[in-house]
Ligand binder design. Structure first.
Ligand SMILES: Nc1nc2c(ncn2[C@@H]2O[C@H](COP(=O)(O)OP(=O)(O)OP(=O)(O)O)[C@@H](O)[C@H]2O)c(=O)[nH]1
Ligand SMILES: [Mg+2]
Length: 221
């Protein structure tokens, strides 16, 4: 429960804070309190982007969070994250997006983080057969290490490179159906389906969360 977490955090902070007097301190305290209230009101959703190295995970995140794109390839070391506040159905949601390294050598580090995610974007590159073949393995990893109710979307990235396409939309869709995931083709470069992917994932997570809250309600028999 996110609200509980925020309250717990503010209690700990209050106890640890030194006792100040005077207007600047009071103003700062009021501002801090306002921030705590705002933070407590926002739900937190945590998602991760997975898939082989160079499929475009970091680019996808940068396009979404900063609306930027660079053609240079800087392979991610370990794990990193960005936070973006979004509004869905009048609800404020702090979306925590974890960008994980696709390279095999960081697998031990990245595997440790699966548990924390409510949803995953599993990505391949439509111009790279190997990245598509790896989707099954990534899916198995997700199912093995993540929370049982975690939601997954399959994304075929780089759909701007139609001339170099080796994975047809049809094969992508079939694999998604087989794995039970929703499917999008997208381009971080041309900003196609990036926002839509994240928003759909958040909506699916919210649906799933309220479903599991309903079934967990002890008043319902
Ligand atoms: N044409 C095109 N190029 C893209 C797209 N997305 C990413 N790229 C390029 O693909 C390369 C790899 O992108 P990254 O986002 O760094 O890949 P990654 O999946 O984060 O790789 P790792 O961090 O090693 O796991 C970079 O040169 C990007 O510019 C896209 O939609 N279209
Ligand atoms: Mg990366």
């Amino acid at each position: 429960d996110v609200t509980e977490d925020c309250r717990g955090l503010s209690r700990r902070r209050r106890r640890a804070a030194p006792h100040h007097t005077g207007a600047p301190a009071a103003a700062a305290a009021a501002a801090a309190a306002a921030r705590r209230v705002a933070a407590a009101r926002a739900a937190v959703a945590s998602v991760q982007v997975k898939g082989n190295s160079s499929v475009g995970k970091t680019s996808f995140l940068f396009r979404y969070a900063d609306d930027s794109f660079t053609p240079a390839f800087v392979s991610t070391v370990g794990i990193d994250f960005k936070v973006k506040t979004i509004y869905r159905n009048d609800k404020r949601i702090k979306l925590q997006i974890w960008d994980t390294a696709g390279q095999e050598r960081y697998r031990t580090i990245t595997t440790a983080y699966y548990r924390g995610a409510m949803g995953f974007i599993l990505m391949y590159d439509i111009t790279n057969e190997e990245s598509f073949n790896a989707v099954q393995d990534w899916s198995t990893q997700i199912k093995t290490y993540s929370w049982d109710n975690a939601q997954v979307l399959l994304v075929g990235n780089k759909c701007d490179m139609e001339d170099e396409r080796v994975v047809s939309s049809e094969r992508g869709r079939q694999l998604a159906d087989h794995l039970g995931f929703e499917f999008f083709e997208a381009s971080a470069k041309d900003n196609i389906n990036v926002k839509q992917t994240f928003e759909r994932l958040v909506d699916v997570i919210c649906e799933k969360m309220s479903e599991s809250l309903d079934t967990a309600d002890p008043a319902v028999t």
